[in-house]
Design a protein around this ligand. Sequence first.
Ligand code: PDD
Length: 287
Amino acid sequence: MGKIILGDQILGRPDVHIDLEDRGYQFGDGVYEVIRVYGGKLFTMKEHIARLFASAKKIKLDISMAPEQIQKLVEDLVKENEVDFGSVYMQVTRGAAPRTHMFPKPASNTKAVFTAYTNEVPKPASQLENGVEAITAEDIRWLRCDIKSLNLLPNVLAKQEAADAGCFEAILHRSGIVTEGSSSNAYIVKNGEVITHPADHLILNGITRQVLVKLCKENGIPFVEKEFELKDLQNADEVFITSTTSEVMPVIKVDGKTVGDGTPGKITRKLQELFEAKINQEIMANF
Ligand code: PDD
């Protein structure tokens, strides 16, 4: 984990103290981001910082720092911790105040608390190569899944259900309409079209998803944002999920039923290649 950012300072872990009454701790009153680090460089950092500010605005949380200041601090942290392949976790909470549900009064001088730390995370190479298995689970989350909020209990429960079934991910559905994964976006491929849930309030508009939309456009791969059902998932030619840590991850079994021929599909493979090229291109451009 190495050094940690607290506010505008980079500190050793023993020097980082979070108040018991921090609203992130007591109410999940805050937002977060996970950014990938490849070869010491932060991938799609500006997009992640922009989404952090967008999430904060949606919960009326004033981060009290500029995006450029956060970018500089996080870049310094990655250098300081000598992260090669890893991730940065950052979060902002509404700060510490006596526990009552309503926001602290401005006169209380309660300030948002910004923290960030790094982890070494290797590429999930064999899973990317061979694909993973998923279960489906009812999406019991709130109706503002577009906000990357700290309240992740439904996601945690769904992910644990997947883990208990020996699977990598739980693909969620609301009354049969597939929304996304517990910590990823979900896609099917049918007759050459990539299909995924529209980026509305029922899913997180993933940064990886946004990269994929562009890659599909640039490479003439049909990309359709529309609702699809569990039966479409069961009958898909290909299934895959995307996230910052999972990249473009093939799903080869859903609820124990083989997808396609049971190996990562052609379009999924193509998207993996394009995504890898995009990473290399962005990382090289930043040297
Ligand atoms: N999760 N949907 C949900 C519910 C997520 O939690 C995530 C990411 C995504 C994919 O978003 P992105 O491509 O921006 O990572 C979609 C992160 C990685 C996490 O919570 O660890």
